[in-house]
Design a protein around this ligand. Sequence first.
Ligand SMILES: Cc1ncc(COP(=O)(O)O)c(C=O)c1O
Length: 423
Amino acid sequence: MRFFTEYIRKQFPALSVKVNEYPAAYFDGPGGTQVPQRVIDAMVDCLAYSNANAGGKFLTSQRSDQVVKGAREALADFLGACSEEIAFGQNMTTLTYQLALALARNPGYRNEIIITEIDHEANRGPWLALEERGFTIREVKMEPETCTIDMKDYQDKLSDKTLVAAFNYASNCVGTISDVKEMIRLAHQAGAITVVDAVHYALHGPIDVRDLDVDYLLCSAYKFFGPHIGVFYGKKERFAELPAYRLRTQKSAVPHCIETGTHNHEGIAGAAEAVEFIADLGKYFGNLEEGSRALSVPEWSERRRRVVAGMEMMELHEKPLADKLLDGLSNIDQVRVYGPPSGHARTSTIAFTVDGITPDQVAAKLGEKGVFVWSGHFYAIRPVERLGLDQSGGLVRVGICPYNTAVEIDRLLEQIRTIVASS
Ligand SMILES: Cc1ncc(COP(=O)(O)O)c(C=O)c1O
């Protein structure tokens, strides 16, 4: 594991940043990870040598078309999809608005939409906006004690009137991983379309859209070492029928129908390189031997196998660090951790409060020592409200990434003990 960490860390220029002589420890990954040099290079290269609009009859335009085509293939390997099912957009939020508006276009008997209390606003606001078009939005409860979806409530809310069930794969606030495969199965049983927000989960485990059988799944490359660009997956047979709003000059076929305006080519180049970065982790460190999960689907491409193996390596790296942090926090009396119970599926994102000190104050004090964490609601304002923390400044959130180390966790815990002692 030491070689894995060294291999990763030397690729991130941002790790050389210092604050008051303290090396920066980036625990802000759920807000956006740092970017390896090779991703930066791919973006610069795109701007330098492939900078033209799409569809031209000359070299640089042909190159930029190749960049986009290659990136669809890379992101398809990332998600277990095929390349015509991958579209790019400004970010997950904007793509979700586009999707919601498109799905609401032909209202019929199915006029209910399911959202959840555990979700980020990006997977709530676009659906809530459909209320003004006559849709009824039904909100599934989160159990505050366990920070998990109330599955009975979910089943009760699904009906033959449900058009869409929208929920996250994992919570960017408290790290809970939901049983999305079962949620998708139940939604399909009721005849509903499923939309999964995989923005937080995408860094924390391999995604397999075929195995999930999800209809639409969205993520954002800046959460997995890429630039700020949204990634959209649409199951071909569903996506082909999506009445997306588009210009008459725009291609109507998938995946172009949802891609309004000119692409962010350099962002797309960076997203593809982020996938290559993860695939290389699988190639150099992952288990690609018999019995490995990376070989479980014979049709997978070599890159897809490496991606799965790379994701597994990242999980292997992060799990002991998350356990160490949870253990350390549980030994500080003034700290209260919020999240799923031990043994429940979770990401390495950990949220807590400190008695008598606001999350912003904790984050600011840590920031002075070069320890970067987020504080507040992280746009996951609904779960923060449900936890009763919206009036007290929300939570402190620590996200663990493959470039984090046990030494950094020790620094973080030591600083929290100092903050508590001096309060
Ligand atoms: C779980 C989750 N969903 C959605 C979003 C919004 O993504 P974007 O910034 O790409 O719109 C975020 C961003 O933090 C997130 O963490």
